[in-house]
Write a protein that binds this ligand. Structure first.
Ligand code: ATP
Length: 363
């Protein structure tokens, strides 16, 4: 099965900034690679370049042993010759074909015998929960139903390489969850390679074997979901993953939390003057009554509770620490009330440290 490799890839649509810049990314055989990043960061452009729907401006794209796009040598393999299953945000279903005919389309092209086609269409439409719409036309379906038809049509031909651009964006949260589980199962069963575009960090964390985080056309970090979450290479990645987001403590003179943080840095960092900020995830913070005994090395920030918000299975506690807001997530609400004086306590091992350029410093 093919490995996809992008080497030094640039894409410029003709403006003064690049949509994708100097992208080096390898997607291994069997990966479920999520491209994650905010709107406009270049995710869609990247999958479209892999698919061959956009030419690259510079660099090289290889699928398996074949160079599929390299401006320097004028090599370009047309999209339909790349043998890729595609589902994009706009579903591009055939409007004049019914759901069943849309799903069957690729199988006909592959000259699968009629009986096999019929059973495959039945299986796929059932798997994606659209069996009851088999005889409808796309215009008679909701956006979410069309999205599932597009998925069924792609999956019917069992592609070894699938490119999916926000394929679940129009589904409600329950269906989205079901479809995610289904995609994960299909990925494992087909042993396919998947490139999946999303701006939803939760979706990326739950689906991916590896995540590539992008910002403003530039790849920030590639790694397993937990690796990226636990060891973000810079502040952008640290803040993009996690809800509520990581708390940052700026190391400038005006920061009220600075004294506790400063003492911590003196102990743990070789050159404290190089530190620009510290980050602590809300779930790494315990909300405690003031003046309890503390483990040596814990960081303690005294503050006052501003709000306590339920988030289903947990609570988000918002605390002002000398005028700045910090968030802590707890499983139990406890006896806390708005206005209570508390201490936010975190173990030293849970602190992320960033330099003046916002890059990670190991501590
Ligand atoms: P979204 O999540 O909003 O779809 P994205 O991360 O997929 O965003 P892209 O669609 O790849 O981002 O866009 C990257 C940049 O390239 C953006 O600044 C966008 O405006 C620009 N861009 C994308 N397509 C074109 C185009 N056909 N012509 C000109 N500029 C484009």
């Amino acid at each position: 099965m093919p490995t996809i490799s992008l080497e030094g890839v640039f894409k410029n649509y003709g403006s003064d900034s690049n949509a994708v810049e100097k992208l080096d990314l390898t997607i291994n055989d069997g990966d479920f690679m999520c491209l994650l990043g905010p709107s406009g960061c270049g995710k869609t452009t990247t999958v479209r370049m892999i698919a061959g729907l956009e030419n690259i401006t510079d660099g090289r794209v290889t699928i398996g042993d074949t160079v599929v796009d390299e401006p320097m040598t004028q090599q370009f393999v047309a999209p339909e010759k790349r043998d890729i299953g595609l589902v994009f945000q706009s579903y591009a279903l055939w409007p004049h074909l019914t759901v069943a005919e849309n799903v069957e389309y690729g199988l006909k092209l592959r000259k699968m015998p009629k009986a096999e086609r019929t059973s495959q269409v039945e299986k796929m439409t059932k798997t994606l929960g659209i069996g009851q719409y088999r005889d409808r036309y796309p215009s008679q379906l909701s956006g979410g139903q069309q999205q599932r038809v597009a998925l069924a049509r792609m999956l019917a031909v069992s592609p070894k390489l699938m490119l999916l651009d926000e394929p679940l964006s129009n589904l409600d949260s329950r269906l989205r969850l079901e479809m995610r589980a289904e995609l994960k199962r299909i990925h494992e069963e087909f042993k396919a390679t998947v490139v999946f575009v999303t701006h939803d960090q939760w979706e990326a964390m739950t689906l991916a074997t590896r995540v590539a985080v992008m910002n403003e056309g530039v790849l920030q970090q590639v790694g397993s979901p937990m690796d990226i979450y636990d060891r973000p290479v810079n502040r952008f990645v640290a803040s993009f993953l996690g809800v509520p987001p990581m708390n940052f403590i700026e190391m400038d003179e005006s920061t009220p939390q600075r004294s506790a943080a400063g003492r911590f840095l003196e102990r743990r960092v070789a050159q404290p003057a190089q530190v620009g900020s510290m980050g602590i995830r809300p779930e790494a913070i315990a909300v405690e009554a003031p003046d309890l005994g503390r483990a040596a090395g814990d960081l303690v920030f005294p503050g006052r509770i501003v709000s306590i918000m339920p988030t289903g299975g947990s609570w988000t506690v918002e605390v002002t620490v000398g005028g700045q807001r910090m968030y802590a997530t707890t499983l139990q609400r406890g006896h806390w009330q708005t206005g209570d004086e508390v201490e936010l306590v975190t173990a030293a091992d849970h602190v992320h440290v960033f330099d003046l350029e916002n890059n990670r410093i190991e501590v």
